[in-house]
Design a protein around this ligand. Structure first.
Ligand SMILES: CC(=O)N[C@H]1[C@@H](OP(=O)(O)OP(=O)(O)OC[C@H]2O[C@@H](n3ccc(=O)[nH]c3=O)[C@H](O)[C@@H]2O)O[C@H](CO)[C@@H](O)[C@@H]1O[C@H](C)C(=O)N[C@@H](C)C(=O)N[C@H](CCC(=O)O)C(=O)O
Ligand SMILES: Nc1ncnc2c1ncn2[C@@H]1O[C@H](COP(=O)(O)OP(=O)(O)OP(=O)(O)O)[C@@H](O)[C@H]1O
Ligand SMILES: N[C@H](CCC[C@H](N)C(=O)O)C(=O)O
Ligand SMILES: [Mg+2]
Length: 484
């Protein structure tokens, strides 16, 4: 594409550029610039992309998009907001890839990764070529790639969508984080279905208040466009936040739930350690489902996925078969079984609400003691620390407080923040996470259930900004082997 063609969408920008070089790529990271790249300068939280413009030119950039004049030897297009412009240019450069994809966005505090994986399974069983974007990886079919963010920045995101179009992907399931919505990472995405899981406390370090957090989530529903499109908002009728979200969208709404009247409603729910079964009424017709996933929250996730698939024209028998087949998602209620006579569960619960749900589920079938190993992330919402500690103490027989990615913070200080929510004697603090897991496993008695929460699928521990290899499942397996 020629530079002047690339700049056409910038209607209100006065940029009289005489040159018209060929543009071969767009980049926001100077380290990726090649000959023919247009480099977009983004002011970040850590560094200012404008400081890398010169380096970009040295590497072959043919033009720079910036917020201020720069003395470089290639044209500089000055705009008010490079981030906003980046989304627009990326969509134009890649010819609006999301218009060619069936795009399902999933937002909410908990359950996004799980729901996107459930929909992926359904779509694959329906013989669709799938793309998945989220916390654990992005993947096309079975081919996975690592990601830095749950929802990537607009430019890498549109690059990825373009790649998916090239790979003949038909349906994309994307986790849409509140950060992404607030920072405009999904500007220009043409969502066909937007799904809401639930809202509870998290990320208040970033959003400051629950109102602002909900507002960010709401942007996904506001973005669905006007009434006459075929788009659908899928809402959890039992979560009070859905009322506000329904006001933010003009498109069709499909509801799911357990307690209140809903288009897709589960009844007669039975939860055992082996799985969960329920009857589901789908727009008035009743079916039964029996899944391997455990817990009430899994019923909600299954209903959210069912609704998203149904409005995407997938027949219910395919949905039922998929929900019944799926073994689970890595690091979500994942059991570590080395033939021991007690249960070890690794789960990604890192908010008070998700921890409460997981421990409540375990309590429903626990015969003996429940041991909860819990830590809280450094450089993250501090107000959730005492709340998570309270939940751990309330819903277990033994709470062990430990470290979970202390990042730049002192792990002892994080544990102190947790302890502020509980009483002396209600917990044990073992700052070294491996030690905490080993000790719990060493002391476990027949029939006990150990829940190792917070890290789930993660394979690292971030200490002081450095990521060391760490995997709860591996540590647990080693400790179990030692016990033998
Ligand atoms: C706070 C935040 O959102 N930070 C994001 C931001 O980083 P940043 O602002 O520090 O970027 P920076 O390092 O200052 O760089 C600024 C610009 O200079 C460029 N640069 C930088 C260095 C260089 O040599 N050359 C160069 O051109 C960079 O490419 C960038 O364009 O831009 C990066 C690139 O897009 C993101 O990866 C990064 O997410 C970090 C990793 C992060 O932790 N974000 C969290 C808060 C987040 O977004 N979380 C949500 C999930 C939450 C959930 O799942 O519940 C998410 O969607 O991931
Ligand atoms: N619907 C739900 N309601 C409440 N808790 C849930 C729900 N689904 C999953 N959980 C709990 O939350 C944890 C995280 O689940 P999941 O990874 O699916 O959520 P997420 O929204 O993708 O989280 P993140 O924002 O960190 O990416 C699970 O390990 C489980 O403990
Ligand atoms: N997306 C969440 C993941 C938290 C996972 C937990 N292990 C932690 O590091 O706090 C966050 O970045 O806040
Ligand atoms: Mg996730």
């Amino acid at each position: 594409m020629k530079l002047q063609e690339l700049l056409k969408p910038l209607r209100f920008q006065k940029n009289e550029i005489a040159d018209n070089p060929n543009v071969t790529s767009l980049e926001m990271d100077s380290r990726k610039v090649k000959v023919g790249t247009v480099f977009i300068c983004i002011k970040g939280y850590t560094v200012d992309g404008h400081d890398f413009a010169e380096q970009a030119v040295k590497q072959g950039a043919v033009a720079i998009i910036a917020e201020r004049p720069l003395s470089v030897s290639v044209p500089v297009i000055i705009v008010n907001d490079t981030k906003r412009v980046m989304a627009k240019l990326a969509c134009h450069f890649y010819n609006n890839p999301t218009e060619k994809l069936h795009l399902i966005g999933v937002t909410g505090t908990n359950g996004k990764t799980t729901v996107t994986h459930l929909i992926e399974k359904i779509m694959q069983n329906a013989k669709k070529k799938t793309g998945l974007i989220g916390t654990m990886y992005t993947r096309i079919g079975e081919v996975e790639q690592e990601t830095a963010n749950t929802t990537p920045e607009s430019l890498p995101l549109q690059q990825l969508f373009n790649h998916m179009v090239e790979e003949k992907v038909e349906t994309v399931m994307m986790e849409v984080s509140s950060h992404a919505l607030h920072l405009g990472r999904v500007r220009g995405c043409e969502f066909d279905v937007a799904v809401f899981t639930n809202l509870s406390q998290d990320h208040l370090d970033y959003h400051q208040s629950m109102e602002a957090y909900l507002y960010a989530k709401g942007l996904l529903f506001a973005q669905l466009g006007n009434t006459f499109s075929n788009k659908v908002a899928v809402l959890n009728v039992d979560d009070p936040a859905s009322a506000e979200l329904s006001r933010l969208t003009t498109v069709d709404i499909v509801t799911y739930g357990v307690e209140k009247k809903a288009d897709i409603k589960a009844e007669n729910i039975e939860i055992t350690p082996a799985g969960t079964s329920f009857d589901v009424s789908v727009f008035g017709e009743r079916y039964s489902v029996s899944m391997k996933l455990i817990g009430m929250f899994s019923v909600y996730n299954a209903l959210a996925a069912t609704a998203a698939a149904l409005v995407s024209n997938i027949p219910f028998p395919v949905i039922k078969e998929s929900l019944e087949e799926i073994e689970g998602v890595a690091g979500r209620f994942e059991t570590v079984d080395e033939g021991q006579d007690f249960t070890v569960i690794v789960d990604y619960a890192h908010t008070s609400d998700s921890l409460e749900n997981v421990l409540k589920t375990v309590q429903e079938f626990a015969q003996k003691d429940i041991v909860a190993i819990v830590g809280c992330g450094g450089d993250r919402d501090k107000t959730k620390r005492p709340l998570m500690a309270q939940v751990a103490v309330k819903r277990s027989d033994r709470a062990i407080f430990t470290s979970d990615n202390p990042r730049s913070e002192d792990p002892n200080e994080i544990i102190k923040d947790m302890i502020a929510g509980v009483k002396e004697g209600e917990y044990v603090a073992i700052v070294d996470r491996a030690q905490a897991i080993k000790q719990a496993i060493k002391e476990a008695k027949k029939g006990d259930i150990i829940v190792i929460a917070g890290k789930g699928h993660e394979t690292y521990q971030d200490v002081g900004g450095k990521k060391h290899h760490f995997d709860d499942r591996e540590v647990a397996r080693e400790a179990l082997a030692k016990r033998k």
